[in-house]
Design a protein around this ligand. Structure first.
Ligand SMILES: Nc1ncnc2c1ncn2[C@@H]1O[C@H](COP(=O)(O)OP(=O)(O)O)[C@@H](O)[C@H]1O
Ligand SMILES: [Mg+2]
Length: 247
């Protein structure tokens, strides 16, 4: 599979803290690449560097063969480098379908129009429904976003991100705070996207990571200490030491 996202030699310091120390990472088309590491290891910083929310002190980021190191967030997003939206991008008073239709519309026209127009547009709703079905959220289309469970809201955020039709999606701890029964559903959905888009997944839940990732990179104090398929990482001594028995 071809490499879509490629970062080389990323450095980022916050005062005395080195949050990214010469990090190399890549995401290939269709794969799930997980990034794990203890709290403060630099996982969120790495996602922010890749998305363009932070500028690296040094290093290069290529996306789809193009140097995007100096591009702002929205230009990277337009090229197909997506990231799950902040919770605030879900409009609580809208239904699930209205939320996704609005995101589809923003993608297709490049501007956000009034909901009224979105609701009248059967084509937008059809596309939104296809995304919801893919996320097994079809039954919830008429529910208000404010009435969703935490896990369902996470699925809706994922739906909004998918409406942008990203080639690579960056996800920061999608399972955080989600009840155990619901995280299964979320995991199934993430797994079902394999092959359709590349994913860089930062996740705390080790069991989940080892079940769905094609590849795992381990960060400790901003440094990449291991990278490879789950089986290699599971048996890696340095990784075990970093986690002191978490596996
Ligand atoms: N904006 C910031 N200003 C100062 N320090 C930061 C900032 N963002 C992150 N850090 C520091 O960088 C390190 C890595 O943080 P982060 O990337 O959030 O780690 P993780 O997501 O792996 O828990 C931590 O020591 C954190 O305190
Ligand atoms: Mg984090």
């Amino acid at each position: 599979m071809s490499t879509l996202l490629l970062a080389r030699g990323l450095w980022k310091r916050f005062g005395a803290v080195v949050a990214a120390a010469d990090v190399d990472i890549e995401v290939r088309a269709g794969e799930i690449h997980a990034v794990i590491g203890p709290n403060g290891a630099g996982k969120s910083t790495l996602l922010a560097l890749l998305a363009g929310e932070l500028r690296p002190d040094a290093g290069r980021i290529l996306f789809d063969g193009r140097d995007v190191s100096r591009l702002p967030v929205h230009k990277r997003a337009r090229l197909g480098l997506g990231r799950t939206f902040q919770v605030s991008s879900v409009i609580s008073s809208f239904t699930v379908l209205e939320n996704v239709a609005t995101a589809v519309q923003a993608r297709s026209r490049g501007i956000v129009r009034l909901l009224r127009e979105a609701a009248d547009d059967a084509e937008l709703n059809d596309r939104a429904r296809r995304i919801l079905t893919r996320l097994s959220l079809g039954d919830a289309e008429d529910r208000r976003a404010s009435d969703l469970s935490h896990g369902e809201r996470r699925l809706l955020e994922l739906a909004l991100a998918l409406a942008q039709e990203p080639k690579v999606l960056l996800l920061d701890e999608p399972l955080a705070g989600v009840a155990p029964g619901e995280s299964e559903r979320l995991l199934d959905v993430l797994r079902s996207t394999r092959g359709t888009l590349g994913m860089l997944l930062v996740e705390h839940d080790m069991q989940a990571v080892f079940r769905i990732a094609d590849r795992i990179t381990v960060l400790v104090y901003g440094r990449c200490i291991a990278s490879g398929p789950p089986e290699t990482i599971r048996s890696d001594l340095a990784v075990r030491e970093a986690y002191l028995g978490d596996f």
